[in-house]
Design a binder for this molecule. Structure first.
Ligand code: SF4
Length: 471
């Protein structure tokens, strides 16, 4: 059992110090912060696509320091992850945080000859790590979502992550305490025993401006926060940054969080300042902490933490998309799920004729022709449409099938060029009463060697291709 799992199972509030992995400078690691036990957590390619591997960097820290290794699925597939698991095991690293990750800085769309960048979904990584056994598995949640569909999509995916085997949850960085409270309520309401940690960071003016300028995926910084930080800088009140961070940590503790994932607080002098304010406020109860937090952020309306452009008007779901769902669902049932179709298909595809390269090519072309116009099929070879309400996962730039990444902004995709397909799926699921499909069906990863083959053939050729799922 790892120390981290001990802390969480014994409700010992802990602090995970996050370090990025590009720099060679190592900061001394404290054994505790204001009496809370400390772990080091090593991020995966946050600074650049070419950051050093967290497993390598972990060797630079003393053995007795408890570590949490991040693994991000960007630009990777399931084989890469299996290799990583073997390495982690041989190094004795059992604490993992499995993420899909934000977009690769050098993301390729695959439209100019270069292969399309693939992303290993966190859910598939959790399933694989669970299958291997011996890991303490963390997953992420972004609770800072402000349309019904993007928020619902996050929580539906969290249900799946927990079903896949997640042991604990770490939230995205954010300052909206009501969203953090909602995340805690979700665990309680669903009687999940998983523990949750909140990501916090001392928010300086420079960091807020950096996040806004770089449009860091999934982080919400309201203009009000920037104007408070600007004014504080002018007045020389920058210590308020650490006061608020201390308060946020204590508020999270009051709300039932099991710890915090602390970003950008590496230097000893920053940690000392934070520690000083935690000690100063340690005995305040929740209302007193909240009141001081609101005073320091100069809140007036209570809306100072949510995006100013939020519009809660429900969008009507287009009738043509409902018809399309019904039509494709009927075709799937009739041609691929019924007993008769399965028996006929198996007999037909048993013939060696279908394995001939020319015939295989023909089927692949026929499938692409039939499905490309309807759903923008890309011949992934393992059709998942029945589990994604006939919205093709390949139309998500990251190719995610199980649910959204954390990067949406008011339903817009992290890539900025479309509505997130998972928000669309949520709205469709609610309209056709199929939300359980998005909550329960764990969709396996597509192995690379299967891409570019016919899912029709794979579906019926059950002896060799058991993974195939739909038409
Ligand atoms: S469509 Fe949604 S899940 Fe896919 S990259 Fe865009 S925001 Fe992320």
């Amino acid at each position: 059992m790892s120390l981290l799992s001990n802390y969480l199972s014994q409700d010992q509030f802990c602090v995970l110090f996050e370090y990025l992995t590009p720099s060679q400078s190592r900061f001394p690691v404290k054994a505790q912060l204001a009496g809370f036990p400390v772990c080091v957590t090593l991020a995966d390619r946050v600074h650049s696509d070419n950051d050093a591997a967290p497993l390598e960097i972990s060797k630079l820290y003393p053995e007795n320091v408890e570590k949490l290794i991040h693994y991000s699925g960007k630009g990777r597939d399931i084989e890469d992850f299996v290799q990583f698991l073997h390495q982690a095991k041989s190094q004795g690293q059992g604490n993992l945080l499995l993420l899909t990750g934000d977009k690769l800085k050098n993301h390729q769309f695959g439209d100019d000859g270069a292969p399309r960048t693939r992303y290993l979904e966190s859910i598939n990584a959790v399933m694989e790590a669970k299958r291997h056994g011996g890991f303490y598995i963390g997953v992420a949640l972004n609770p800072f979502k402000y349309t019904e569909s993007e928020k619902e999509a996050q929580y539906l995916k969290l249900h799946k992550k927990i079903k896949a085997g997640a042991d604990y949850v770490i939230t995205q960085l954010g300052y909206d305490l009501s969203a953090l409270q909602e995340a805690q309520d979700f665990l309680k309401r669903n009687q999940y025993s998983q523990k949750m940690l909140a990501c916090v960071m001392p928010l300086t003016l420079e960091r807020a401006q950096f996040i806004l300028k770089k449009k860091v995926a999934g982080i919400v910084i309201h203009p009000h926060l920037v104007s408070v930080l600007k004014q504080e800088k002018k007045e020389g009140n920058e210590s308020h940054v650490y006061k608020r961070c201390a308060l946020q940590i204590l508020i999270c503790k009051h709300l039932g969080f099991s710890g915090v994932h602390l970003s950008a607080c590496h230097k000893p002098e920053e940690q000392e300042l934070l520690e000083r304010y935690i000690e100063e406020y340690r005995n305040l109860d929740l209302p007193a902490c909240m009141s001081l937090w609101n005073t320091l952020w100069k809140t007036q309306t209570g809306k100072e933490f949510i995006p100013p452009e939020v519009n809660n008007q429900a969008k009507p779901f287009p009738a043509k998309n409902i018809l399309k769902y019904k039509y494709l669902s009927f075709i799937h049932g009739a041609f691929f799920e019924s007993k008769v179709s399965k028996s006929i298909g198996k007999i037909v595809f048993k013939s060696l004729l279908w394995k001939a390269p020319l015939v295989s090519k023909f089927i692949l072309k026929a499938e692409l022709l039939a499905k490309h116009i309807a759903v923008a099929c890309e011949s992934c070879g393992q059709c998942r449409l029945a589990d994604t309400l006939y919205v093709c996962p390949e139309t998500c730039p990251k190719g995610l099938a199980n649910g959204p990444c954390g990067g949406t902004h008011l339903d817009r995709c992290e890539f900025g060029d479309r509505e997130c397909i998972h928000s669309v799926k949520v709205r469709l699921a609610e309209t056709v009463n199929q939300t359980h499909v998005l909550k329960e069906n764990l969709i396996p990863a597509v192995p690379i060697e299967v891409r570019g083959t016919s899912s029709w053939q794979n579906w019926f050729d059950a002896d060799t291709k058991e993974f195939s799922k739909a038409p």
